[in-house]
Design a protein around this ligand. Structure first.
Ligand code: SF4
Ligand code: SF4
Length: 374
């Protein structure tokens, strides 16, 4: 049990009040990292995992490479050796390409970018868990390394409601599958219950093929208008269910169990480190309604709030949830002005439409238009 002294959570608000680098988000992250004194956390030459989420081909609202590079720089400055990592969610090589297309590569972040559980997602170590999971497969690079910075993008989640550092540690520190016990020791054991029997409702299905396209292992196919599922190799990742907007695919689950299992799995991953060897950075930016593994990232539901840093995962999660409740839109320069519906007029007092009317007067086009919504 932790002592009763409150854990410190450092917060850098996103709002810029001076047009100076120091007041930028990357600048503030640097200041946060300096305040925390990383030299007291990481040893010289120690390998440090910087755990993040690489996103998906259409989910670009992840922890941006510019922030990862500041973390890499800070770890380098104290003489330790950082690498940026995540576990396999889709086929390993494809996932590295996703990381690259989302801007995360050695050149952009300044450190090697690797898969924590190998190209096939089965390089992991089985560890005992708790009463929900029994045992769980922790990615070997996370298991074996001695120190970590957990960079989490805070957002919503279809099953957990909120997703931050705990989910990053649990889902992100555990593999999809183990060589011997398969999905039952992997993150699928959090997603589903029992045997994880996928069911398909023919009457609800509109044959859009979204599930077929989303399955990372190509285990779904239609034959004679019936869904075929390769049960044996299925990770129970739930991508097919989450992507089916007709509700025709179902993977049995229990949201409360899911949330409790996140905490349990996170505990297993955290216990592979000395307590003073992990720090957590929560990015409350581009806070979208769903997980970064979804096929698309929707527009943010909450304005950028800022960055939180702590060595206590519970404290940083609680603080993140609390500021999320406090800070709804707009929390931006827009609230400083009496704009009467026209934010830019309120901000800059310029007749900005002149450029458009002038362009029209010059015969460049027309301001009248018909909006066609697809
Ligand atoms: S995503 Fe749903 S509706 Fe579309 S083909 Fe698959 S089961 Fe049918
Ligand atoms: S749960 Fe669905 S998407 Fe995931 S591996 Fe199994 S069939 Fe494929």
């Amino acid at each position: 049990m932790r002592d009763t002294v409150p854990s410190k959570v450092f917060f850098a608000p996103a709002r810029v009040t001076k047009w100076k680098y120091d007041d930028s988000m990357p600048g503030k992250l640097q200041r946060l990292l300096k305040t925390f004194n990383l030299s007291a956390v990481f040893d010289k030459d120690e390998w440090v995992a910087i755990k993040t989420h690489f996103g998906s081909p259409g989910a670009h609202r992840i922890v941006r490479p510019v922030f990862l590079s500041r973390v890499v720089d800070a770890v380098n400055e104290v003489g330790a050796n950082p690498f940026v990592t995540d576990t396999v969610r889709i086929k390993g090589l494809e996932y590295l390409k996703v990381a690259n297309s989302n801007g995360i590569n050695h050149l952009s972040v300044g450190a090697p970018v690797i898969l924590a559980d190998g190209l096939f997602g089965n390089d992991n170590i089985i560890l005992p868990a708790g009463e929900i999971l029994g045992r769980i497969a922790v990615a070997s690079a996370i298991h074996d390394v001695t120190a970590m910075v957990v960079c989490s993008h805070v957002k919503g989640h279809i099953n957990a409601g909120y997703a931050g550092a705990l989910k990053n540690m649990a889902m992100g520190g555990v593999s999809s599958s183990h060589r011997e016990c398969g999905w039952k020791c992997g993150r699928g054991s959090m997603h589903t219950i029992g045997e994880g029997e996928l069911t398909w409702n023919e009457e609800l299905c509109n044959y859009c093929m979204q599930c077929v396209e989303l399955c990372p292992l190509e285990l779904l196919a239609f034959k004679d208008d019936k869904l075929r599922w390769d049960k044996e190799h299925c990770w129970r990742c739930g991508r097919c269910e989450r992507g089916c907007q007709a509700g025709a695919i179902h993977l049995p689950g229990d949201d409360e169990r899911f949330m409790r299992s996140l905490a349990e799995a996170a505990m297993v991953v955290i216990k592979t480190f000395r307590p003073d060897k992990i720090i957590y950075i929560n990015f409350l930016t581009e806070i979208q309604p769903e997980c970064d593994c979804m096929p698309a990232a929707d527009v943010p539901v909450v304005q950028d709030i800022g960055i939180l840093l702590s060595n206590d995962i519970v404290a940083i999660e609680q603080a993140s949830i609390d500021v999320l409740k406090e800070k709804h839109l707009p929390s931006s320069m827009a609230e400083d002005v009496d704009a009467e519906g026209d934010i830019f007029k309120g901000l800059h007092s310029k007749p900005y439409e002149l450029q458009v009317s002038e362009a029209e007067r010059l015969g460049l086009g027309s301001r009248r238009y018909e909006l066609v919504t697809l």
